[in-house]
Design a protein around this ligand. Structure first.
Ligand code: PGA
Length: 251
């Protein structure tokens, strides 16, 4: 089973989101080989859940608040997202960490809130270009994993890790590419790290400039359980090309 997760970020307005969701959710795929989820904005999440209802497509949110309900102006909690029909939530995406200043402590609280609400958290980790140049990639990833997972009782808990090197995300326009072989190395290392905290099977997705032209080179590695795709998932043609490419492959 491979995962194709589509992070629509804040690229689309409500009408565009619904149109894309309708087109995508009408597209059949082999559910025994692939699991697909779309991550629209909070504004459109509930409407996309309704569109996806009778399809195999799942819906996730891009963020959540850690408190369940109450006087928290502007916040949307994991509990509310679950209630709205979401299955997944991205936790600690690099844009949350680096644009909105979320700390590892914030990320841990959100991760716990997601598990508590019955959502599947997708814990996003990734080193920056500066970390990489300073030879601190493993240090950063180790810390991001430890600060969230340490001390949690993860028995029977379902969660996913997304490795997204910040320098490889298309919107950051560094021109740098994390090759599938490099991603494979990091994924193997992450898998060993995770074993310190849980015996459960934890899928590890890769994210960073994935599109239909390169997706199979990532997914051909057994260490890479799926992909988290931003830019190439926000238009029907490029998203459908990803689904077809994976669908026609030999996995
Ligand atoms: P990208 O984004 O596919 O546009 O590089 C991935 C992400 O930020 O989740």
């Amino acid at each position: 089973m491979k995962y194709l997760f589509a992070n629509w970020k804040m690229y689309l307005n409500h009408a565009e989101t619904l149109e894309l969701a309708q087109e995508i959710c009408a597209k059949p795929y082999q559910t025994e080989r692939l699991s697909i989820a779309v991550f629209p904005t909070m504004l459109s999440a509930a409407a996309v859940v309704s569109i996806a209802e009778n399809s195999p497509y799942q819906v996730g949110a891009q963020n959540c608040a850690w408190v369940p309900q109450g006087a928290y102006t502007g916040a949307v909690s994991a509990v509310l997202l679950k209630d709205a029909g979401c299955t997944y939530v991205l936790i600690g995406h690099s844009e949350r960490r680096h644009v909105f200043g979320e700390s590892d402590t914030d990320v841990k609280k959100k991760f716990e809130a997601a598990l508590g609400a019955g959502l599947v958290p997708v814990l996003c980790i990734g080193e920056t270009q500066a970390d990489k140049e300073d030879g601190k990639s493993q240090y950063r990833l180790k810390k991001q994993i430890m600060k969230v997972l340490e001390g949690l009782d993860l028995k029977g808990r379902t969660f996913i890790i997304a490795y997204e090197p910040v320098w490889a995300i298309s919107a950051n326009r560094t021109g740098l590419i994390c090759t599938p072989a490099d991603a494979d190395d990091v994924h193997g290392w992450i898998r060993d790290e995770i074993r310190e905290y849980t015996d459960e099977i934890v899928p590890i997705l890769y994210g960073g400039s994935v599109d239909a032209t390169n997706v199979l080179s990532y997914l051909s590695y057994p260490t890479i359980d799926g992909v988290l795709v931003g830019n190439a998932s926000r238009k029907f043609d490029t998203f459908a090309a990803l689904i077809d490419t994976i669908g026609h492959s030999e996995f």
